[in-house]
Design a protein around this ligand. Structure first.
Ligand code: SF4
Length: 320
């Protein structure tokens, strides 16, 4: 399988306002030097605690946020160099589904208008072709003709998320970034949406970047998993390997904190103390050293590289 999406040293530092007052610029180091690759047809689950930069990374790969430095290659094309029509054309192939379905849909538009919006904006079909395409998309996500005239507030949260997924599918994208797509839904509805996404991936040959803090959901849907901590990718491995035996101390703590139905999990439990440091002033060296029970002097000085431990696994720790 070929690589669909690659990031090279992708970095985003947000400048904080008010620097002119103090004469010193301050930044939020949201994403730092992230290299990852997503294979066509796979789901790459991106996990980490709130504020670790995973949502910013999702927006960076779509160029909804401009990177401070680094590159994003999609289908062998460097997105960071694209502007105007070339960027718009590439955006047809990459879509996003947001966390909160109700707030991601315009409250003044009916379901038909919402799903048709990308088709009209990109002039993808003639006027007579739009209604049949909208019907087809609604069917694909388990909705029907009866939903066409509804407003978002007249349907359930799960149905709103199905509408958002139909809208994301409208232009036949290759990649969909799913940013916590189930975390605002009831547990029973979450399972339905996950199964729907899985079915759509198989039937339409989609590739997903699935961002979530829910490790059980990520395990269910992902082939590959990347773990982020304070803007850094600290471990990446196939799903079954990382759940059976996480290697990075942070991954061990993260995965050890949840009950998982993995019979032969061989991990030792790592209990984390303290909270995640501020991304405005992240620790030097290994960003995890202030909470890591295995930290040594070198961890404060040197940034551990994300290096290959086996052909399938990469870990950023001096002692793995
Ligand atoms: Fe812990 Fe050091 Fe490894 Fe960082 S490099 S995870 S601080 S042992």
């Amino acid at each position: 399988m070929s690589t669909l999406l690659e990031t090279h040293a992708l970095t985003k530092h947000f400048r904080l306002p008010g620097g002119w007052l103090t004469g010193k610029d301050r930044f939020v180091y949201a994403v730092d030097d992230v290299n990852l690759a997503i294979t066509t047809g796979e789901t790459f689950g991106l996990v980490g605690e709130s504020g670790c930069g995973k949502t910013t990374l999702g927006r960076l790969v779509l160029r909804l946020v401009e990177p401070t430095s680094g590159r994003v290659n999609f289908n062998q094309v460097d997105l960071t160099g694209l502007q105007g029509n070339a960027l718009r054309a590439m955006r047809r192939e990459m879509q996003i589904v947001f966390q909160n379905p109700l707030s991601s849909l315009s409250p003044r538009l009916r379901v038909e208008q919402i799903v048709a919006e990308p088709l009209t904006t990109h002039r993808a079909l003639t006027a007579s072709g739009i209604r049949p395409r909208v019907m087809e998309l609604l069917e694909q996500v388990g909705l029907g003709r009866q939903h066409l005239d509804r407003f978002p507030h007249e349907i359930s949260g799960g149905q709103c998320q199905r509408v958002a997924i139909a809208r994301a599918l409208a232009l036949n994208p290759k990649l969909i970034v799913l940013d916590e797509p189930t975390s605002a839904l009831d547990v029973s509805v979450q399972a339905q949406i996950i199964n729907l996404l899985d079915d759509l991936k198989k039937s339409l040959g989609l590739t997903y970047l699935f961002i979530s803090h829910d490790l059980n959901v990520v395990q269910h849907i992902s082939e590959q998993i990347g773990v982020m901590y304070l803007g850094k990718l600290v471990e990446q491995a196939p799903s079954e390997m990382i759940f059976a035996q996480p290697l990075h101390p942070y991954t061990k703590a993260l995965f050890g904190a949840i009950p998982l139905p993995v019979v032969d999990r061989k991990q030792e439990l790592v209990v984390l103390e303290g909270s995640v440091p501020s991304p405005i002033n992240p620790p030097g060296g290994c960003r995890f050293h202030t909470r890591c029970p295995l930290a040594q002097a070198v961890c404060k000085e040197q940034v551990p590289e994300l290096r290959s431990i086996t052909p399938e696994r990469r870990v950023a720790c001096h002692f793995v």
